[in-house]
Unconditional design. Structure first.
Length: 78
């Protein structure tokens, strides 16, 4: 049996923008969010602006903290 590798990649850019907007709406700086989720401010910058994929743990903390839906049917950048 041949097993094929799934090469699809999640485009994290829209989710990163949703996190950025939610963080700003909550009145938090990137430094404050980084402290809360135990990451560096540079990591938050990369996640929000460059669409870099966060660790699963950081991703979970941010989307639950800001109540962000990650449903693929929803436009996340709005």
């Amino acid at each position: 049996m041949k097993i094929e590798r799934d090469e699809r990649r999640l485009d994290f850019h829209d989710i990163g923008l949703a996190i950025k907007r939610a963080r700003e709406k909550a009145g938090l700086t990137q430094e404050q969010l980084a402290y809360i989720i135990d990451r560096t401010p540079r990591t938050i910058i990369y996640n929000e602006n460059n669409g870099q994929h966060p660790s699963l743990n950081a991703f979970y903390k941010m989307v639950t903290m800001f109540d962000i839906s990650v449903d693929s049917r929803q436009k996340l950048g709005e």
